[in-house]
Design a protein around this ligand. Sequence first.
Ligand code: UD1
Length: 417
Amino acid sequence: MVGDYVVCGGKRLQGTVVIKGAKNAVLPLLAASLLAEDEVVLENCPQLADVENMLSILRQLGCGARRQGDTLLIDTRSANSYEMPEQLSGEIRSSIFLLGPILGRFGQAVCAYPGGCEIGLRPIDLHLSGLRALHADIEESYGKIRCHPAILQGASIHLDYPSVGATENIMMAAVKAIGETTLHNAAKEPEIEDLQNFLNAMGADVHGAGTDTIVIRGVTRMHGVHYRPIADRIVAGTFLVAAAMTGGDVTVKDICPRHIAAVTAKLLETGCTLKTDADSVRILADGRLRALQRLETLPYPGFPTDMQAQMFALSCITRGTTVISENVFESRYRHAAELVRMGANVTIRDRLAIITGVEYLTGSEVQAADLRGGAALVMAGLAARGTTAVHGARYIDRGYEHLERSLQELGANIIKR
Ligand code: UD1
C-alpha cells in the first residue's frame, strides 16, 4: 500500500512523551513580537510549517527572524513594512493575527484575506469589528484588507462569540492604543493567558485573561523578552487518546494538566486510569473501554474542538454508543467517512455524530482532509487490525512535529513515506 503514514496496528503504546510549545500559542506570540522594538527570544518552539511560514512573513516585514534548534530569535528593530506578503498570508490562516500587531506598530496595515480552511467557514468579522471599535479605519476590497493610517483608541468591546483569534488580535492592537480597552465575552483558552503573560513581560498592561473580561491599558513602548510558551495541550491529548486506543501506558510530560482537564475527564469516563502530577499525566488503559455517551465541543474550559476527531476515533472501538455534538466549527467530520472505511459504525446528522463502537477496526487506505482529523486516522490505524495507509501527511504535519518518531519511541509500528 502507498501512503504518507503507514501504520501496522495492534502495538500497545508504552513510555513517555515530552510535549513542546503549543503551535496555537507560538503563532500569536510571533505576531505579537512585532510590538517590541527589540529582540524577542522564544524557547521550545516546534518545527512546523505554519511556524516557519510565520517567520517568513516577519522577515518580509523587515524583521530578523531565525531559528536555532527549538529557539526562535526575532529582531523587530528593522521592521519597515506594514504590508503582509500576499501569497504567504493567503496560505496560513493565522496570518490574520498580524493585523492587530501591525496596526499597533505602524498605525496602518495591508493584508490579504487569510488562507482557506478545511474545517468549514472561518469568518473574520469579529476580528475586524473589534479593530474598528478601536478606531481602525478598515476598507475591504478586491480580496484585501486595508487599514488606513489611524490612531488606535481604547474602547469597550463585546464579542458576539468568544473567538480565540479575535480575542488575541484585539488584545494585540489594544496594547498600543490610547487609553483603556475592555473586552467582554473574551475567549478563555490557555493560549490567551499565555499571550497576556507574554505581552506583560514586554511591558504591556493587560489583566483578566483566562476570564471572560480582559482589560488592556495602552502603553507607548514595549521591549524585548525571553519567553517559553505553554506546552501543546492538543498534542498531549492526542497521545493520551492513542494510549487509550491501544491499551497502553503513556505519560505526557512538561505540560499543565489543568489545560487538558476536559480531555482527562472524558478519558476517565471510558474506564482508563489517570495519574496526574504537577507537570505530567499518565494514562493506563486495559481492554475494551466504555463508550462516552455524550461529548460536546465548546469554548474552553469545555471540551476542545481540536480533540473531537481523536475522541471520535476512540469512540469507534468503545463498548456502546457515543453521541458527539460539534458546536464550534461546521464541516468538522471529514474523518467520519474514512473511519467507516475501516469498519466504524457512524451516522452523521448535521453537527451530530452517532457512533456505535465495533470490536475492532480494520486497516485500510484512508485520506486525511484536515489536521486533527488526519491525526485521528493515524490513531485509528494504531488500534486497527492490519495495515493502514493515511494519505495527506502534510495536513497532520501542520500540528505534530515528527509524529512518527514520537510514536515509534512509544513502540508503534509506523513509518512515513
Ligand atoms: C483557534 C485555534 C484552533 C481552534 C479554535 C477553537 C489557533 C491558531 N487556532 O482558531 O486550532 O480549533 O481556536 O478553539 O489558535 N468566528 C466567527 N467570526 C470571527 C472569528 C470566528 O464567526 O471573526 C467563529 C468561527 O467560524 C468558529 C468559532 O467562531 O465557528 C470559533 O473560532 P475561533 O475561536 O476564532 O477559532 P480560531 O481562532 O480561528
